[in-house]
Design a protein around this ligand. Structure first.
Ligand SMILES: [Mn+2]
Length: 447
């Protein structure tokens, strides 16, 4: 089995993290008025209704932006001009191991750049600061209100809008975590493809991915999508069938790894020797299309133009492969190509797999709606340096979307006998993670 490259990560991780925190300190200082302070909460543990079983915890994004600590009831208190304070709640407990599991290279830096205050319960937080004057960012607004924080200061849009907007642009530290999450993810993808070509079931392929990345399932940045053949045409297909499919045609796997809270989001489509030759050729075409879209990335490009390029590319492939019998411009204008790619070309990526602020017009708020023909497009931002997002064109044969075309006036435009041959082959998606550079793009997945 391929080994994960041992800390091929970043020799400057400690200093780049310190710089990252310094960047956040100055960002918050710009936003906070004189004397204003904000308490950022990772969140509190949740339980299933009527049950004492906890739901897998995921720290709130604006907390995770400060600290690589995925734990309930951790707090950062920020006040302009002061060293940020980290209230590190570690309960006394003999049911669970409460030790913090922080990246060994980063832990000493945390003690340098934060004023770390160790507490044993959330009740002690109020003894550390006058919470009644704080703003609160986080999910447990009931707790915050009980501390005397006024409703207007709970997740106030005037703070959230600029913070969400800024998250799209990454620091050097964040880019390094994303690079390493991509390196790890690729090791998993290689193991998954190998397992598929050896005849593995979706379940076996899923486990091959996790094992190669050394991940527990709840540590992945999102639920792995592992689809053989027609299952590849279910965009967020969630099952992992234990059944081995003899002579399976293709594997679509959308899976990533996570490093210090930053996730990669990678999709690969691998044909077997049993793949329908047209589908096999479409996979090659979609790989080329994905790389061509990445070539278009540079500062100042509106993200929706990448989406338009994807739809036009899908239309070309449909024509070239005899699936459509009219010009590609007609397929785009009549929104026929869109039925073969019913999702957006990608989304912002970082702490959250669909990172915040994708439709935001400016730091102060507002919204840029996706185009009417592609309501699922998750990013409408203008590209700028160090923004990180996915590029993930897809081409699928989804009966639910094709049936209305077959019944309507697009009937004559498409080659239905060929489409019926290709429906059992499912679909294709190719997805890389891209950083905008000063003049173009860095492909974090293929770098
Ligand atoms: Mn994605």
């Amino acid at each position: 089995m391929t080994q994960i490259p041992a800390s091929k990560a970043n020799p400057n991780k400690a200093s780049s993290y310190a710089q990252h925190v310094a960047t956040l300190v100055s960002k918050y200082a710009q936003l906070l008025a004189e004397g204003q302070s904000v308490l950022i909460h990772s969140g509190s543990e949740q339980h299933y209704f009527g049950d004492d079983r906890g739901i897998v915890f995921q720290a709130y994004g604006h907390f995770a932006h400060w600290l690589p600590v995925n734990r309930p009831d951790q707090f950062v208190l920020v006040k302009a001009g002061d060293t940020p304070r980290y209230f590190q709640v570690v309960p006394q407990d003999f049911w669970y191991d409460q030790s913090l599991q922080i990246d060994a290279e980063l832990e000493p830096v945390i003690h340098e750049v934060f004023d770390v205050v160790q507490l044993s319960s959330i009740e002690e937080v109020a003894e550390q600061a006058d919470l009644t004057v704080c703003d609160y960012l986080g999910p447990n607004t009931a707790w915050a209100a009980a501390q005397g924080i006024s409703p207007a200061k709970l997740n106030a849009p005037a703070l959230l809008a600029p913070l969400d907007f800024a998250r799209a642009v990454k620091t050097e530290y964040e880019i390094e975590q994303l690079r390493y999450a991509n390196q790890q993810g690729l090791v998993g993808h290689a193991a998954a493809a190998e397992c598929f070509l050896a005849g593995g079931s979706e379940y076996e392929i899923h486990n091959a991915f996790l094992q190669a990345c050394s991940l527990l399932e709840y540590e992945t940045p999102y639920t792995n999508i592992v689809g053989l053949d027609a299952n590849a045409a279910v965009l967020h297909y969630q099952h992992k069938s234990r059944v081995r499919v003899s002579n399976a045609q293709l594997l679509l796997i959308d899976a990533g790894s996570r490093v210090n809270g930053y996730g990669s989001d990678i999709t690969r489509t691998t044909p077997s020797q049993h793949c329908h030759p047209v589908m096999d050729s479409l996979i090659t075409g979609m790989e080329a299309l994905e790389l061509a879209i990445v070539e278009s990335v540079k500062p100042g490009v509106p993200y929706p133009t990448l989406h338009d390029q994807a739809i036009a590319g899908v239309a070309s492939l449909l024509v070239e492969h005899g699936i459509a019998k009219v010009a590609k411009t007609e397929l785009v204008e009549r929104r026929i190509a869109h039925a073969f790619m019913p999702h957006g070309v990608g989304h912002l990526l970082g702490i959250q797999v669909h990172d915040v602020g994708g439709h935001q017009r400016s730091a102060s708020g507002g919204r840029i709606e996706p185009p009417a023909h592609s309501p699922a497009l998750r990013t409408t931002r203008m590209l700028s340096e160090d923004m990180v997002f996915t590029v993930e064109p897809g081409l699928y044969f989804i009966p639910m979307l094709l049936d209305p075309l077959r019944a309507g006036d697009a009937r004559e435009v498409l080659n239905w006998p060929l489409i019926d041959e290709l429906i059992p082959s499912g679909g294709i998606r190719i997805e890389d993670n891209i950083r905008v550079t000063a003049t173009g793009a860095e492909n974090l997945t293929r770098g």
